[in-house]
Design a protein around this ligand. Structure first.
Ligand code: NAD
Length: 254
């Protein structure tokens, strides 16, 4: 029996990076998967092809998560396609590095709107659907190690990730009576598009790797297992928790 057999899993920002790895991981674990994507239909289609290659149904729905209306539309499309929603993986995010003192207002607002408010409305819309269905569910927010530590050029980003972590704790309390579990994963540094430019400096990368107990930066696929686990009944008594997936980086910060 596969871990997510018979489940319907939704992933925001599911066409690339961690979201894509989670979507394909969920399909390999037996779920039908709907992904939200922002703009590239080619990336979304190639992700759907991989979901189908795993023997599951896939559905791609375009939408900007910063628009609160998009959350309801994504849920409605998934229900139309698959009949129900069992799992929401709220993953879509941006991280435009910038110094604090001259941070543009628009950059702060956009980052908050995409990362935190987008996550909020997606999780709320999924929870409403799960409550209506009446058979529980799971929400996994892709937060960050940045929820726990600061970042000089991420003053607009780290509060959004701490906020998502906090949202999962509060939602766990609000939704426990409906058997909807809410957890977050806290990735360390994972090599994806989001930090490609920042990590192009190989010396910087080597310094970072030297501090990571497992000796390497993460790959998007490193998040698939932890997300599938938290989404599955294997984690049936886990809610309000945050799972660091960082190669041990957090415990070696001194
Ligand atoms: P990524 O850039 O590949 O993925 C981000 C995804 O979100 C992309 O598919 C992008 O199109 C989508 N997205 C961005 N804005 C959107 C919007 N307004 N509406 C819909 N989709 C939108 O990078 P990634 O590293 O896979 O990032 C995924 C998540 O993981 C992000 O929330 C990020 O903050 C988080 N994270 C990443 C790292 C890392 O080191 N890569 C570490 C901690 C947390």
């Amino acid at each position: 029996m596969k871990l997510l057999q018979g489940k319907t899993v939704l992933v925001t920002g599911g066409s690339t990076g961690i979201g894509r790895a989670a979507a394909i991981g969920a399909a390999k674990a037996g779920a039908d998967v709907a992904i939200n994507y922002r703009s590239s239909s080619a990336e979304a289609e190639s992700c759907i092809a991989e979901i189908e290659a795993a023997g599951q149904r896939g559905l791609a729905v375009q939408g900007d998560v910063a628009d609160p209306a998009v959350a309801g539309e994504f849920i409605a499309k998934a229900v139309e396609g698959f009949g129900k929603v069992d799992v929401m993986v709220s993953n879509a995010g941006i991280c435009p590095f910038h110094s604090f003192l001259d941070m543009p207002v628009e950059t702060v607002q956009r980052t908050m709107n995409v990362n935190l408010l987008g996550g909020y409305f997606m999780c709320q819309a999924a929870a409403r659907q799960m409550v209506e269905q009446g058979h529980g569910g799971a929400i996994v927010a892709v937060s960050s190690i940045s929820a726990l530590v600061g970042g000089e050029y991420q003053t607009h980003y780290t509060p959004t990730k701490a906020g998502l972590h906090s949202l999962m704790q509060s939602a766990a309390i609000a939704l426990g009576k409906h058997n909807i579990r809410c957890n977050s994963v806290l990735p360390g540094t994972i090599l994806t598009e989001i930090n490609k430019d920042d990590l192009a400096d190989m010396e910087k990368r080597a310094r970072m790797e030297a501090r990571i107990p497992l000796g390497r930066l993460g790959a998007a696929e490193d998040l698939a297992g932890p997300i599938v686990f938290l989404a599955s009944d294997m984690a049936s008594y886990v809610t309000g928790a945050a799972l660091l997936v960082d190669g041990g980086a957090f415990v070696n910060l001194q």
